[in-house]
Design a protein around this ligand. Sequence first.
Ligand SMILES: NC(=O)c1ccc[n+]([C@@H]2O[C@H](COP(=O)([O-])OP(=O)(O)OC[C@H]3O[C@@H](n4cnc5c(N)ncnc54)[C@H](O)[C@@H]3O)[C@@H](O)[C@H]2O)c1
Length: 436
Amino acid sequence: MTQKQQLLAKIADKSALVAIFGLGYVGLPLSLRFAEVGFRVLGFDIDRGKVDALNAGRSYIGHISAAAVAGARARGFEATAEFARSREADVLIVCVPTPLDNRREPDLSYVIGTIEAIAPYLRAGQLVSLESTTYPGTTDEEFKPRIEARGLTVGRDAFLVFSPEREDPGNPKFDTRRIPKICGGVTQDCLEVGVALYGAAVDKVVPVSSARAAEMTKLLENIHRAVNIALVNELKIVADRMGIDIHEVIRAAATKPFGFVPYWPGPGFGGHCIPIDPYYLSWKARKFGVQAKFVELAGEVNRAMPGWVVGKLSEALGNRDKAVAGCRCLVLGIAYKKNVDDMRESPAVKLMELLVQLGAKVEYSDPHVPVFPKMREHLFDLKSVALSPDSIASYDVVLLATNHDAFDYVLLKQHARLIVDTRGVYTEAAPNVVKA
Ligand SMILES: NC(=O)c1ccc[n+]([C@@H]2O[C@H](COP(=O)([O-])OP(=O)(O)OC[C@H]3O[C@@H](n4cnc5c(N)ncnc54)[C@H](O)[C@@H]3O)[C@@H](O)[C@H]2O)c1
């Protein structure tokens, strides 16, 4: 039997050992899903705290229950930081971070660090899949040569695919199983093995012709969102100047049964993907002598939003003979989007920083973030404020940054002196509500 036939047989009877590198928002649910369908799963992470928590049956991600982790443990899931154990694996899936560096250029250090850490243990008969979002060419240019340097021919001895993760954190309608999965192989045989693997765990696999096409597909999805969010953010500023409520306009336009998709403005953009991933494409495009103008412009417009919101807040306070300096401001919702605890790239944090720079006394309330977390660039020593009629009334202004369902918006409107609403929560005009 060829290496491909042997690996396909192991995938078919689920005797293949699946190793997942990076047990974060992407890698952990994927590990649980492979364990659920009957594979032995070995999870790798450099963060020993995560390894220990998982081995003890605990979860560190809000929407993943400890019961789900404990269930996977009972089915043989194990976490480890010993990379030498990757030689036990038949399938190696890489789900490590792909951030930007301080020049807003791709930082592939985690991805390259991972393939270099596992390279000494690579052997014939393995499938490597990269899931981290990245620019077209990463799989071919960074993974393939490192695998072949081990004396393995990709497509004959070992197999290599790119299969991007898709996730909508906090959306209960779509779990790992139900989200169709794109897969692109470095060769046709690589693709065949990749499709067999993911087909065992998700309802629908969508094959594309190459790893590059798969890498580009993921970037298109995220750029599509970044550009459309920027568009409605820009139109919000135009509509505001004209005295028009952009949320009313979008709701009306969304009644068109074809050719219109509603996107909603906000205080900026956040999360691990939308503010970051588009720059992976614009950076690579420059290497080909092409400028991705929409991508750059969308980033510019979205990054300017917190400043515009703070300007509106300052104007609203000014109309009440108050200044930002010295005012007490409560930021409502600091996670990057509603009903999640994920703070990554949250525009609420940028708002807090801008307000503090202007001399405001800032506190926050967010039931999903009880204590302000340690973040790479931001440090606030704050705890979430409990909302009560008295606490709400004690602030000069409540800045509604993230519209969690858990907030009592009626109570807030009854007791707040001033609400600056960046999410269009309040549809009726009210003397103490200003939209921004
Ligand atoms: N979060 C999402 O919603 C989402 C959705 C689609 C795609 N992605 C992409 O998936 C990738 C991972 O994102 P995430 O949100 O899961 O990140 P994350 O930060 O939640 O998790 C990454 C994990 O990788 C670990 N890690 C770092 N270097 C490692 C190494 N060398 N070996 C093993 N583990 C290592 C970290 O300790 C961390 O636990 C990124 O490329 C991201 O763009 C994320």
